[in-house]
Each structure stands twice: as C-alpha cells, then as structure tokens.
Design a protein around this ligand. Structure first.
Ligand SMILES: Cc1cc2nc3c(=O)[nH]c(=O)nc-3n(C[C@H](O)[C@H](O)[C@H](O)COP(=O)(O)O)c2cc1C
Length: 166
C-alpha cells in the first residue's frame, strides 16, 4: 500500500493506492491505477507530477481512512495530521511520516483515458535510514478489508539468481 500525494495551484491531496507495478528500470517507470472519480486524478493530470510514499503499519488506520474520503472538499494533510515536505524535483509534497518517498513525473499519458493508468518516471527517491538498515513493516492489501503486514525476510534463495536479475 502506498500513499500518493499531489498538488496543483496551491491545493494538495493524498490518496491510498494498492494497484501499482514496475514498468521499467532505466528509466525507472511505475504504472499506477488512479480512478478518474478520485480528486487526485484531476490534480495529477493537471500538474503531471506526484509523490509515491510508503507508509508502515503504525500508519495503518490513517492509510485506510485516507482511502475512504475525498480531498475534494478537505485538506487531507491537515485532517490526518501529516506533514507535507517540499519535493526536490517536483511540485508535489512528500509525506514526512512515511519511510520512503518517490518523486514522480508523468512519463506517458496515453493510457489514462482508456485505463486510468498513469505511467510515471521516478526522478528522485528518499528513504529513511531505518528503512535501509532493516525491512520496514509495510502494508499489503489482500482485498475485502484484509491486509498483510510485511514480516520475515530472507536471502536464502539469493545465490540462485543470475547476477543481472538481482
Ligand atoms: C486499501 C485501499 C486501496 C485503494 N487502492 C486504490 C487504487 O489502487 N487506485 C485508486 O484509484 N483508488 C484506490 N483506493 C481508493 C482511493 O484511495 C480513494 O478513492 C481516495 O480516497 C481518493 O481520494 P481523492 O478523491 O482525495 O483523490 C483505495 C482505497 C483503499 C482503502
């Protein structure tokens, strides 16, 4: 689960997002399903940028609540007590309480009308030292109101990888 933050002409918004995927490594591309009924859709389409923020389990209630209301008539940063931090490469704000944030620019708008699929290029990444040292306890949505919390990690199968696959 990630939180997508955006801004356009002084207005900011945040949405919860579970539907995303890697679409390329060089440049780093991420595909995001952003429903056209979401206010974030309009802000991101106009500004052509967003930030993908990674929350941990301590923010679980906030993540669900953010995904169950619209920023059309509320400031979600204020409502949920989150801290906007200026982006380095984009006009959208980072969420300071998240362990990692990826500043993104819209790389391909051709699938938005048909699929609500935004293809972003990650232009800058930020990660808290704690997230680099140890695996953060991230949230993963299984549908029907059920989440999985990241747990055990292992390098047990690492030697089976071809080097270029790492
Ligand atoms: C667990 C969860 C996962 C969600 N995943 C997505 C998603 O992948 N794409 C999407 O468009 N909306 C998703 N939503 C719904 C949006 O987060 C929700 O419509 C959001 O509140 C829109 O806010 P906005 O109108 O301020 O943009 C999800 C909501 C929840 C609770």
């Amino acid at each position: 689960m990630v939180l997508v933050s955006s801004s356009f002409e002084g207005e900011t918004d945040i949405m919860t997002m579970g539907w995303h995927m890697v679409m390329g490594f060089e440049p780093s591309l991420v595909g995001c399903y952003i429903w056209n009924a979401n206010h974030s859709h309009a802000l991101i389409r106009r500004s052509r940028v967003c930030v993908i923020n990674v929350p941990t389990v301590d923010l679980a209630e906030t993540v669900v609540d953010i995904g169950n209301c619209s920023g059309r008539d509320t400031d979600k940063f204020e409502k949920f007590g989150l801290t906007p931090q200026p982006g380095v490469m984009v006009s959208a704000p980072l969420i300071a309480e998240c362990v990692a944030s990826f500043e993104c620019r819209l790389a391909d708008a051709s699938l938005i009308d048909r699929y609500n699929l935004f293809v972003f290029e990650v232009v800058k990444g930020h990660a808290a030292p704690s997230a680099i040292k140890a695996s953060p306890r991230t949230l993963h949505y299984r549908g029907d109101g059920e989440f999985m919390i990241a747990g055990e990690t292992t390098r047990q199968w690492r030697r089976r990888f071809r080097p270029e696959m790492l």
